[in-house]
Design a protein around this ligand. Sequence first.
Ligand code: BG6
Length: 468
Amino acid sequence: MDDGRRSRTRSDALVVFGVTGDLVHKMVFPALYRMVKKGVLDVPVIGVASSPWTVEELRKHATDSIQGSGEDVDLEALARFLGLLGYVGGDYKDPGTFQSLGKALGGVVRPAFYLAIPPALFETVIRSLGDAGLSRQARVIVEKPFGRDLASARKLDDTAHLVFPEESIFRIDHYLGKEAIMNILYFRFANSFLEPVWNRNYVDSVQITLAEDFGVKGRGVFYESAGCLRDVVQNHLFQIVALLAMDPPAYQGYEAVHAEKAKVFRAMRPLKPEDLVRGQYNGYRSEPGVAKDSDVETFCALRLFIDSWRWKDVPWYLRSGKNLPVSASEVLVEMKPPPQKLFDDSDPPPGEGRANYLRFRLSPNSAVALAARVKTAGKEFVGEQRELFLQNEQRGEEGPYERLLTAALSGNRSLFSREDAVEAAWAVVDHVLYDHPPARPYDVGSWGPREAESLLGPEDRWHNPGAG
Ligand code: BG6
């Protein structure tokens, strides 16, 4: 699926702001290296950061990152990648840094600027690119979180639009580049059997869990300014909700998908404090960079409603947390149970197989499974619930950063978030960002605070994904 535009120009350089940072080391260098290896990246890659590094130091740093990423390194491709690298060091607040960048760009006409920097610096860098005359025909790729609430997202959009037209702004949510998440869209609309039941008449509830079995991993300073709701719920989890909840796009082309997703965000009922349980793992306050009396949540569970014709009154239970028992993410779409209890085992306790469900496993492996009851051999009419696997573990997938950066460099906006959708998603959480219950403590390795149970209806249970 394409974004529908016929002619797109390719960027002729990639400028990576924040090139000495963690994100670039962990995700971006390996992605760029793979792009070079595949032959889709052959333009200069200029790193920018405040450290006074030489290009040699940057090359060494990039080499460490790629060798540490666990893949077999092709030395010829690595050399080609390192040969594309350049470096400009300087303070982002100093106009001189942007003049040096202009010189380093030389004859480049259509650079793509990738801001892998703390969100507080986005506006400074965007304005400076404009002031230095570097933004003409350029693209800007912005990492999440895009804003920290509705007002700041709007302000950031306004600033960005002073310098770049909307069609040159690429807001990254790396979840949109994940194979298993792209498959939700495909699975829903490449099949016809789902559509008749994919609504309030047949679906009882939807659950999405994004669990991680590690803590903030040295990102305490960032996490203190974000918390789980801003870090993964307003973006990653909401994007998954939108793909599951959207109406069929009216025509082929990504503009139609964007339009339907934006309608879902608009139809989400703004969250109230009672829709939310916040948790904090024991020990979080001793992490480097974390306040001793921090109330920032490392766990978040919420109950969401989408007030559309299709989804009215169906609860969407979303949950994410650090230091939970496993690292795994799953969606469970639970259907209503049969209206009559005809068999001896027709009324198993909640969570024990009474209702059919569709399960999308999103990570660490991907799967799509449909659960249904089947009779056990014997004279009794009793049975058990079994899962039919429609897809189980697809390997060899392209990583999300590789996919998204390749798309951005060629101007393909399909997998990026649109301004109206990002703002509508902020509007849903805006109130509870500031008015919320205190974070409840939970033990490392548990499924979060017990209070999360209170969000569920009497017949519902949290579905805890297995380690797999
Ligand atoms: C990032 C968050 O956006 O997503 C992290 O900042 C989180 O806190 C990560 O761990 C999860 O992404 P993935 O791809 O590992 O599921």
